[in-house]
Design a protein around this ligand. Structure first.
Ligand code: AMP
Length: 283
């Protein structure tokens, strides 16, 4: 497969996409922050099943990081990412700089309610505003027919769906399953921060969530089961648990047994924060 074209300006992005549109081709978008791994690659595979052309954006979006977070440390490895993209069949890579996305004087911020409330927002209160703002910009810049997001960031997927619905953005949002390593650990660019010992602990997160989801599906009390999961995570070696919570899978409203649910968690290992989620089947 050949290397995708690379553009770093909105004008060049639009010019390329205009050519494709003139030829009647459909377009899928995969927004990323780079440090690409098998999870990102799987999204591109889904995108290319849906559309004739795929644009992958690589942009470490400063507006979704709080001042205390890892913006400066976030892995940036564009040359490696471009090599990786050559294997995927994606046709275009959009790599804007911060000044292209947020020129001097930029003053707009999109705020989403509904599924953005609680969970991540309790700990990262400005995160989803930053995500919604950059995703809306990317969609307006590229005008894709569809965009693929990972279930790994489950609340983000729900927030992006809400954003498109509320702002009439004509982009179909496709959720793709979480890609995991052989031990069940969800692939994440932030896994690069983990030591060998921390990796061992991290690999237990998914197993504990699956066990808890099975208990909930079998009738366990929600409060006791999630408290037990937090205890199990601490016992496994996690340093701090931000949340373990069951929600309705579509709206992220409080979970009811008669509806499909999602069990979501965020936990710290040293200075690294990991998130994961699993399905809770309805009764
Ligand atoms: P990021 O680069 O971390 O912002 O992620 C870009 C996209 O890749 C988002 O839609 C994520 O949900 C998705 N993603 C990240 N990790 C995984 C994974 N392990 N499996 C599937 N999708 C993922």
């Amino acid at each position: 497969m050949s290397r995708p074209l690379i553009v770093d300006s909105v004008a060049a992005l639009r010019a390329q996409i205009r050519d494709w549109r003139r030829d009647g081709l459909s377009l899928a978008m995969v927004p990323t922050m780079g440090a690409l791994h098998d999870g990102h690659v799987s999204l591109i595979g889904v995108a290319l099943e849906k559309a004739d052309r795929c644009v992958v954006s690589i942009f470490v979006n400063p507006t979704q990081f709080a001042p205390s977070e890892d913006l400066d440390k976030y892995p940036r490895q564009l040359a490696r990412d471009l090599d990786r993209l050559a294997e995927t069949g994606a046709q275009l890579t959009f790599t804007p700089g911060v000044a292209e996305m947020y020129p001097a004087g930029f003053a707009t911020r999109i705020s989403v309610g509904g599924p953005a409330a609680g969970l991540e927002s309790d700990f990262r209160p400005t995160f989803f505003d930053g995500v919604a703002t950059v995703v809306a910009k990317l969609f307006l810049q590229a005008s894709p027919d569809c965009a693929v997001f990972g279930e790994k960031d489950y609340q983000q997927l729900c927030v992006v769906r809400q954003l498109c619905r509320d702002l009439d953005l004509p982009v179909e949002i496709i959720g793709a399953p979480t890609v995991r390593d052989a031990h069940g650990l969800a692939m994440s660019s932030r896994n690069a921060y983990l030591s060998e010992a921390e990796l061992e602990v991290a690999r237990q997160l998914n197993a504990i969530l699956r066990r808890t989801a099975a208990a909930l599906a079998a009738g366990a009390d929600e409060g006791s089961a999630t408290a037990e999961a937090s205890r199990a995570l601490v016992k496994a070696g996690f340093d701090k648990i931000d949340y373990v919570a069951a929600r309705e899978s579509l709206t992220l409203a409080p979970w009811r047994r008669t509806r499909d649910g999602r069990l979501l968690a965020a936990a710290w290992l040293g200075k690294t924060r990991l998130i994961d989620n699993v399905e809770v089947p309805s009764a």
